[in-house]
Ligand binder design. Structure first.
Ligand code: PBG
Ligand code: ZN
Length: 322
């Protein structure tokens, strides 16, 4: 009789036959950086996640550095917002200053810069607007300007999250033309219009003031369209593609992994984090077990790079095991 239980009889046997592992090098930690001084402000809907002013970053950066994770994804939150999101591409904008600070202090730390206008516009949309319309082609030069200014500040990877059509090609051209031929682009290729972003929008103060993002982010029912988005981004020069959110979209992760030969990231977003934290704070689930299971599932589905607010906890648990 075949007995699959034979190989489950001890931890060493199980580990020897285990198919999927999460490594610290898979992990990217998202961070919120706010204008001002002496600020370490909790994000209420994201327990143990804070908004830091630049002068308060050292403690968490030391932690990131010692954790052996691959790097950080940074989101700047400006004081002033305007219609054109001009803080996004200002030489001394909050994100540009943050990148410069981090790279001057921790030169080997991989810094990925999110590129989008929604944290910087007074209407909270990811592109510039005309009436109630979010303009595509008019937004592209601003995204490219933001990308170049962040590359200039020292960002190692540019990560556009806006979902405008044609942005990857446009940004690639502008990066190339400005001396950043070797700066990779990680594209938020299949980014769905999702209820799972709510805690992030509190953290980044980026909720749209009218309407929603459904005219640019994807319909959550669609997987074929996700493949078209990925195909397009690869054709335009993306170096890494992403599916976002992660957990409710692991079928999309698998489909992308099966269809394309390119490093694949998935973003385990704020709402996914909030649900795990809330349940574990209530004692309803075991946080370490659930987080490990979720992150292994993302890798099993075919993702290589895991962007997650659990990154530092997961790294700590991995180091404890070894
Ligand atoms: C901005 C952006 C968002 C996230 C990453 N970049 C929010 C949005 O589209 O409203 C979400 C991340 C998260 O929920 O953790 N374009
Ligand atoms: Zn946006």
């Amino acid at each position: 009789m075949n007995r699959l239980r034979r190989l489950r009889s001890s931890e060493v046997m199980r580990k020897m036959t285990r198919e999927t592992f999460v490594n610290t090098s898979d992990l990217i930690y998202p961070m919120f950086i706010i204008e001002g001084e002496n600020i370490k402000e909790p994000v209420p809907s994201m327990p143990n996640i804070f908004r830091y002013s630049i002068d308060k970053l050292d403690e968490i950066l030391d932690e990131v550095y010692n954790s052996k994770i691959s790097g950080i994804l940074i989101f700047g939150i400006p004081k002033e917002k305007d219609e054109q999101g001009s803080g996004a591409y200002a030489t001394d904008g909050i994100t540009q200053r943050a990148v410069r600070y981090i790279k001057s202090k921790y030169s080997s730390m991989l810094v990925i810069a999110d590129v989008c206008l929604c944290e910087y516009t007074n209407h909270g949309h990811c592109g510039i607007i005309c009436g109630n319309e979010i303009l595509n082609d008019e937004t592209l030069p601003l995204l490219a300007k933001m990308s170049v200014s962040l590359a200039n500040a020292g960002a190692d990877i540019i990560a556009p999250s806006d979902m405008m059509d044609g942005r990857i090609g446009y940004i690639r051209n502008e990066l190339d033309a400005n001396g950043f031929k070797n700066t990779p682009i990680m594209s938020y290729s299949a980014k769905f219009a999702s209820g799972y972003y709510s805690p992030f929008r509190d953290a980044a103060d980026s909720a749209p003031s009218f309407g929603d993002r459904k005219t640019y982010q994807m319909d959550f029912a669609n997987v074929n369209e996700a493949l078209r988005e990925v195909e397009e981004d690869i054709a335009e020069g993306a170096d890494i593609v992403m599916v976002k959110p992660a957990l409710a979209y692991l079928d999309v992760v698998r489909a992308v992994a099966d269809n394309f030969n390119i490093p694949l990231a998935t973003y385990n977003v704020s709402g996914e984090y909030a649900m795990v934290k809330a349940a574990s704070q209530n004692g309803w689930i075991d946080e370490k077990r659930i987080v490990t299971e979720n992150l292994v599932a993302m890798k099993r589905a075919g993702a290589k790079i895991l962007i997650t607010y659990h990154a530092l906890d997961m790294a700590k648990w991995l180091l404890e095991e070894n």
